[in-house]
Write a protein that binds this ligand. Sequence first.
Ligand SMILES: [Zn+2]
Length: 338
Amino acid sequence: MKVVFSTRAFAAILAETTEKIKTETGGLFLGKYKDGIWYVVEAIDPGPKSVFEVAYFEYDRAYTQHLIRKTANLYASKLELIGLWHRHPGSFDIFSSTDDETNAKYAKLNEHGAISGLVNIDPDFRLTMYHVDKPCRYSKIKYEVGDELFPAGLLALKKPDDFKALMKKLSTYKGFDMQQTEKQRKHACLASFMKMISPYLDSYACMNAISESDMDEQKSKDRLIELLLDDLIFFADEAGMEVTVAQHGKYAAVSQNTTEGTTRLYFAYSEKDDQGVFEYGGKNYFYKAGLFKELFTKAVNEKQPDKNAGAAHTNGGGALNGWLKFLTGIKNGETDDE
Ligand SMILES: [Zn+2]
């Protein structure tokens, strides 16, 4: 495992360290984990209201959340918050107990954990990178810098046509009332969908109670819509699943009524945790944009060989077969109603 920084991201760490040479500072990493490599595309500065003391640091949350969204929206591929860095005094290049708490929180965001860097000026600039495994196990890892080390496209910005397509999608998006054909409705059941992805939800389990958002309802709603949009488009366009979304105060409920009953998922946006949370089967899970599509793809890819080999199915195989059949149908154009 290693870290690869874009020249821009690495320059951003150096610039931030230079600017605050007399105090502590830090920042957040936006990028992607792929095949054992953490690609850091952008390093976000901690913001004007950040606090850095010897055993305590806090980023300017409103500022970083804003900048993360703004920056990530520029890129063609989906960037994620993959880690953070901060400076330590002298040659102290291991984590404090406060750091452990923060690192553990970031490790929860991704199934592969997170990366966390420490900068020391002793007397030259020195960066030590760690991989943080869940819940909070550290291993020192190497890093390299260079745009040429990135896989094709990962540093690419969205093209004007991509923006135009997005503008069109968003401006013609009629709330959350998605109409599907009868044929699709028959197949696409939210309850079996959730059953199918549930074995993959464990790493997103959220043990703490959800902290009540300080945001007003309109802001919570906007944030939830932004978070859910990818998966709702996936449900409608690719999975052929009809769901309705309703607003209940600061919560959004995604639900589906079938003859067998109602399946309902509650979503909330936690400003303190800076992420979405949803409830399923009496448990809380963290939610990031596109999570359902990601887990679905994973479930299909992992289970498919079993099916071909004719191996016995575990629980949920029935639902899975239904989905595979359905998806194959889409691919072959059988469910095409036009
Ligand atoms: Zn620290």
